[in-house]
Design a binder for this molecule. Structure first.
Ligand code: PMP
Ligand code: GLU
Length: 397
């Protein structure tokens, strides 16, 4: 008999991945499902990046590589941090991994002992909490509701810190809420962080470039907390490279060395071909992303306008990423005669069955009143999806 580890049994399947699997299965059965469940750009990887990969293969960059990444890639990431974020991370402070997901896992495994507390502002990205649990850490959720644009402030952070606090993990722009922390909001958090020198903060900036209203701000920009911050980023979102698998950190040297050590035992470096392709992305002018960003911006307007016409649905005004996280609690207790809606999970299942639109329940992101829409889809698809959602909601009384 196979006995799985307690560690594994305590872990939830990724809700984003589970929902996209479910919608793929329904599509395979011939159902016309619209999937707005996965946070994945619908654009193709730019040609110059693919060309760099071809060149890498032609030049036989197909062997084992240094665990934290090729030197020339880490140099170009170091330059990117300086150019885009005004952050000084030298090559030895940078570790390249198989996706930002692995970067986060490395940091958590590196820092967390069983029983250590990890502060996670909720709503949060699904994988943070499960990675913390695997490491034996205790997730301490700090709720930031829709009325606060789903963001926590210094006071909220201070109240959550105990003698056992080791780490905080958050994203800006945020998955699932699209909320963006501005400079003064980060400064407010930094004021608290610098008072607790043993607290490390993992700032996930993977949606950095998908920011519609402001300049991206990094937490590590403040000198008094720079030594306590790990900045996570990657190529999946901005460069439409989800399948290539490359993420990276800029971190204090001791953490970078430790992440490299963990990675050396688990996976080694990420694909040599991907690494060479990523150099092209890192060296490119981010201005070339403008067309993609304006496409995301018009889609955001389309989705927000459509949601505003649905009675009882409440949204914030997401400044970045490609998600909207509406509050649907006004529908709890309603029914169409057969399906009873008691929570966001029920509503997502109802919308999948009745409207054939796949979304992700807010439960998985730490807010059971909400659901997540990923608007990384064409305007035509989004219009149809919004039309179907509205029709299905109108049947609930
Ligand atoms: N952080 C956040 C906030 C994300 O949404 C994602 C989703 N992909 C990741 C990290 C992981 O990205 P990657 O594809 O680089 O593993
Ligand atoms: N991060 C994306 C999402 O939230 C991709 C799925 C995943 O990696 O979990 O949908």
């Amino acid at each position: 008999m196979i006995q799985l580890s307690e560690r594994l049994l305590a872990m939830e399947e990724s809700a984003t991945i589970a929902m996209s699997r479910k919608s793929r299965e329904l599509k395979a059965q011939g159902k016309d499902v619209i999937s707005l469940s996965l946070g994945e750009p619908d654009f193709n990887t730019p040609q110059f990046i693919k060309d760099a990969a071809t060149e890498a293969m032609d030049n036989n960059f197909t062997k084992y590589m240094p665990v934290p990444g090729y030197d020339d890639l880490r140099e170009s990431i170091s330059n990117k941090f300086k150019r885009d974020n005004n952050l000084n991370y030298d090559k030895d402070q940078i570790v390249v991994s198989t996706g930002a997901k692995q970067s986060i896992a490395n940091v958590v495994l590196t820092l967390i002992n069983p029983g250590d507390e990890v502060i996670i502002p909720a709503p949060f990205w699904v994988s943070y909490i499960e990675i913390v649990k695997v490491a034996g850490g205790i997730p301490i959720l700090v709720n930031a509701g829709i009325d606060k644009d789903f963001k926590i402030d210094g006071k909220d952070l201070e109240n959550a810190i105990t003698a056992k606090t080791k780490l905080m993990i958050f994203s800006t722009p945020c998955n699932p809420t699209g909320s963006v922390y501005n400079r003064s909001e980060l400064r407010d958090l930094a004021d608290v962080i610098q008072k607790h020198p043993s607290l490390i903060v993992l700032c996930d900036e993977i949606y950095e470039h998908i920011n519609f209203e402001s300049k991206h701000e990094s937490l590590a920009q403040f000198n008094d907390v720079y030594g306590q911050v790990v900045t996570v980023n990657g190529v999946s979102k901005a460069w439409a490279m989800t399948g290539w698998r490359l993420g990276y950190i800029g971190a204090p040297k001791a953490i970078a060395n430790a992440c490299s050590k963990v990675q050396g035992q688990f996976t080694s470096g990420t694909s040599s071909i991907t690494q060479k392709a990523a150099i092209a992305a890192m060296n490119a002018d981010p201005q070339i992303l403008n067309d993609m960003i304006s496409a995301f911006k018009s889609r955001r307007e389309l989705v927000l306008d459509a949601l505003a016409e649905m009675p009882g649905i409440k949204t914030n005004h997401p400044g970045g990423a490609f998600y909207v996280f509406p509050d649907c609690s006004a529908y709890f207790g309603k029914t169409n005669g057969s399906a009873m809606i008691n929570n966001a999970n029920d509503l997502c299942l109802y919308l999948l069955e009745e409207a054939l639109v796949a979304l992700v329940t807010g439960d998985a992101f730490g807010d059971p009143n909400c659901f997540r829409i990923s608007y990384a889809a064409s305007e035509e698809t989004l219009k149809e999806a919004m039309h179907r959602i509205k029709a299905a909601l109108s049947k609930l009384n």
